[in-house]
Write a protein that binds this ligand. Structure first.
Ligand code: HEM
Length: 199
């Protein structure tokens, strides 16, 4: 069971992304460990379960990528969606799509909560560099089964820096920042639950 340690809400979060990283480190480690232990990346057959898990997660967060209020904060938000990519991977591999969304309806959550979810969703692109290498070893490539793990055209680091610059520029009260942290933890808990049911 992940032990959650609440940080005191900082007076002024100069680097919100760094605070989120520290506040969700245990949750991230739990997710990372659970994926590796599941063996989902050990063979092409097992990788099908991983794609099904990613498809569900990406579908669940998709409403955020379509929200106009969030596009004002992250101008390239709609291009960041990986839904089309994971759909093409699922189709290529012959994997059934999820029946529908699972969990909270993210169309309706507040901006502080949305920032926490987006942090988790966008951050997973960084870890994808490591996952992609494991998957390529099975002969699955960027345009054949592993499109959703491919690096963005500008590179993963630059893509992440652009996201965190916008994330850090949002003005929030200490209470709103606390809500963002709690929401990122909830997002990781959701990911963990999906790992449990899919992998
Ligand atoms: C086996 C699975 C995973 C591994 C090995 C992994 C590994 C990593 C690594 C190495 C980084 C840092 C990359 C860098 O700084 O360049 C990272 C970042 C991150 N990952 Fe994962 N990851 C995994 C799965 C996930 C998943 C499923 C999620 C959430 C859906 C996630 C969320 C994040 C977040 C939010 C960050 C950004 C941390 C920051 O603020 O710098 N990861 N991951």
């Amino acid at each position: 069971m992940t032990q959650i340690v609440y940080l005191k809400p900082p007076e002024n979060i100069a680097d919100r992304a760094a605070t989120l990283r520290i506040s969700t480190r245990t949750a991230h480690e739990g997710v990372d460990e659970a994926i590796m232990k599941s063996g989902a990346l050990d063979s092409p057959q097992n990788y099908h379960r991983f794609v099904h898990f990613q498809h569900q997660l990406i579908l669940d967060v998709e409403p955020l990528y379509r929200r106009e209020d969030l596009q004002k904060i992250f101008p390239d938000l709609s291009q960041r969606s990986r839904l089309a990519a994971v759909q093409s991977d699922a189709a290529y591999l012959g994997i059934d799509p999820p029946i529908g969304r699972s969990g909270a309806d993210l169309y309706d959550i507040g901006i502080p909560e949305a920032l926490g979810w987006l942090y988790v969703s966008e951050g997973s692109n960084l870890g994808a560099a490591f996952l992609a290498k494991l998957v390529w070893a099975h002969g699955l490539t960027d345009d054949a089964g592993a499109t959703h793990l491919a690096p963005p055209a500008i590179g993963r680091a630059a893509h992440w820096r652009a996201f965190t610059a916008s994330l850090n520029a949002v003005e929030q009260t200490p209470d709103e920042d606390r809500r963002t942290i709690e929401s990122a933890r909830r997002a990781f808990a959701h990911v963990r639950a999906l790992i449990g049911s899919h992998l």
